[in-house]
Design a protein around this ligand. Structure first.
Ligand code: ADP
Length: 619
């Protein structure tokens, strides 16, 4: 077949443009990315060969070779792994299936220096080759196939594919270096880069120099070595390899489980959020090995979704080598490993939460929202997880408050842990429902993660104290003592007969639009607010579901009136004489309460008409 010309998917072209023009100074990371891909390709073939040995065709030992040609100014990264078919070449090196590209492009654009160091994380590591090469060739033959292919591109919108009769199993990535990038021909420099970035991948990386081939990395699966032999730098380098990360991990957990079930795990908790943390798949990211042979990076059963922030490897001694993905489901050994890992990880997070220099806030800000998913998904570990949770509160300022701390400073007579949910911390602090709590000095948890809509009701209580939303059900704060000054400051309330008349008038005017109208204990400043009835769905949750097209419209709410507000007082006075005349005022109050909840008025035109009329009267 003759050479064929194809265009990159638009996203790839954009990405390449950024990569090529980036002024990023750590260009050498391209080598880490390409070696990482080569190592993955070998792992994949090793796994497939477990069931089909013919794929190996005699060539047993997997390795990655670096070969330079000083005259042609090329650097090749050659592996004898799985290789790519023609279709895979087009698919893998021409398009980006993952949702990551757009996110990557955005994040790089925001950064003036063009920090492309995280490129690997976004599943687009291959393209980093264009930082140092103005022409890239990929010569490849897929294991088990007859024909090889050569892919060529200068990274400017197009690539070509042609047959390559001489291609060997695996892939050769041949880089024609840009002017000024000759350092990547220098054996000393290459050695150095490999030592820094790829020393502990499990395969040998060799360098050919003057016809001699020499292994230049340690090529030991780092996790199999004993802790005492491993330096912090080596852990970090391995973390960069498995996590495609560039920073330091927040925590490193390396341990061997011995006894009924044996396995080794080397797990990392990163410091910052990966871009796909909230993808709906909620995939975990720890690789599974069996006796140092890579099995899969997609074993959903290895860790629960709420631990998807973990990176690293787990190497089992007890699973059979030819374990298939299907066998991994409902596998009792894997279930035991999972439960052991979860316990260990939670214990380490707890240890760091108590340590002076644990930097717990970093972890919590990045992954708290994910860990909280465990509160309603992992019944067994619920209490352990709850102990790790931290919250912003109405009285805590910037402090991250644990439930234990909250309990310790509850007011006399307070019998519940109060919380409010919403999506914006600053707006949430202004919620009218909080006023009565603030007046009594009662601390309220400010919950802003979507998951917060679900776990408090699932958990119900913390150490016998009910978890209660301040925007739901009745709020009886009379048992909580206020300080005397607050009592003195209290404004007079509307008389009972007036308030009853106003409530009756409001019910009549609003009809089906509300579930109930009542006087309120939770307001001090605002005239009105809306709350959800005890068994109903919270207002914020309902909105969240509606945004995701999952709701069934709005349920009617309870309108609460503040009997001490001047407006309510005078309306109550008027209601005694003629309640029916107050219809417009009642509707305005109701719509105002809706607006404070972030909703639109129930009938925007009617709202505008009533508002104009009221303003006109006032002039
Ligand atoms: P990622 O490795 O994160 O998936 P890349 O852009 O680096 O993203 O690579 C895209 C895909 O190309 C890989 O997922 C893999 O399927 C394929 N690929 C890259 N390098 C090789 C290689 N050396 N051998 C076989 N396949 C490869």
């Amino acid at each position: 077949m003759a050479e064929e010309k194809l265009s990159f998917q638009a996203e790839v072209a954009k990405l390449l443009d950024i990569v090529v023009h980036s002024l990023y100074s750590n260009k050498e990371i391209f080598l880490r990315e390409l070696i990482s891909n080569a190592s993955d390709a070998c792992d994949k073939l090793r796994y497939q060969a477990l069931t089909d040995a013919s794929l190996l065709q005699g060539e047993g030992e997997f390795k990655i070779r670096l070969v330079t040609d000083k005259e042609k100014r090329t650097l090749s990264i050659i592996d004898n792994g799985i290789g790519m078919s023609r279709a895979e070449l087009v698919e893998n090196l021409g398009t980006i299936a993952k949702s990551g590209t757009a996110a990557f492009i955005d994040s790089v654009k925001k950064d003036a220096k063009g920090d492309v160091s995280q490129i690997g994380q976004f599943g687009v590591g291959f393209y980093s080759a264009f930082m140092v090469a103005d022409q890239v060739e990929v010569v490849t033959k897929k294991a088990g196939e007859e024909h090889g292919w050569i892919w060529r591109s200068d990274g400017k919108g197009e690539f070509t594919i042609a047959e390559a009769p001489d291609a060997k199993r695996g892939a050769e990535i041949r880089l024609h270096l840009r002017d000024g990038e000759d350092e990547f021909l220098d054996p000393y420099r290459l050695r150095n880069i490999v030592k820094t970035y790829s020393d502990h991948i499990a395969l040998p990386v060799t360098l050919e120099e003057d016809g001699k081939e020499e292994t230049i990395n340690s090529a030991s699966a780092l996790w199999t070595r004993s802790k005492s032999e491993i330096t912090p730098e080596q852990y970090q380098e391995f973390y960069h390899h498995v996590a495609h990360a560039f920073d330091e991990p927040w925590a490193t957990l390396h341990y061997k489980a011995e006894g009924a079930i044996e396995y080794t795990s080397l797990l990392f908790i990163p410091k910052s959020k990966p871009f796909d943390l909230f993808n709906p798949e909620r995939k975990q990211h720890v690789k599974l090995y069996v006796n140092r042979v890579f099995i899969t990076d997609d074993a959903a059963e290895l860790l629960p979704p709420y631990m998807r922030f973990l990176r690293g490897v787990v190497d089992s001694h007890d699973l059979p080598l030819n374990v298939s993905r299907e066998m991994l489901q409902h596998n009792p050994i894997l279930a035991k490993i999972r439960s052991g890992l979860v316990k260990k990880v939670l214990a380490e997070i707890k240890r760091k939460s108590e340590a002076e220099d644990g930097d717990f806030a970093t972890f919590w800000e990045s992954f708290g929202a994910v860990l909280k998913e465990g509160l309603y998904e992992d019944f067994e570990r619920r209490t352990d997880i709850l102990d790790l949770c931290r919250f912003r509160t109405t009285t805590g300022g910037d402090e991250l408050v644990s439930l234990a701390t909250y309990l310790g400073r509850m007011k006399e007579g307070q019998d519940a842990v109060y919380y409010i949910t919403g999506d914006n911390l600053d707006r949430l602090k202004q919620s009218p429902q909080l006023e009565g709590f603030a007046a009594k000095g009662i601390e309220v948890l400010l919950l802003t993660d979507p998951i917060d809509e679900f776990w408090p009701t699932a958990i119900g209580t913390y150490q016998d104290k009910k978890l209660r939303s301040v925007a739901q059900g009745a709020a009886d704060l009379s048992a909580v003592k206020s300080d005397e000054k607050a009592e003195d400051d209290k404004k007079p309330a509307a008389d009972a007969a007036g308030l009853d008349a106003l409530i009756a008038a409001a019910k009549l005017a609003l009809g089906e639009a509300v579930k109930d109208v009542r006087g309120s204990d939770r307001l001090t400043e605002s005239p009105v607010c809306l709350v959800a009835d005890e068994g109903d769905m919270g207002i914020h949750l309902e909105r969240l579901l509606r945004q995701h097209q999952q709701g069934q419209g709005e349920a009617p709410r309870i309108l609460e009136l503040n009997p001490r507000h001047a407006l309510i007082r005078s309306l109550a006075e008027k209601a005694k004489a003629d309640g029916a005349a107050l219809s417009d005022q009642v509707w305005l109050l109701f719509d105002q309460a809706r607006i404070m909840e972030g909703e639109t008025p129930s009938d925007p035109q009617a709202f505008a008409r009533r508002l104009s009329a009221a303003l006109e009267k006032g002039l």
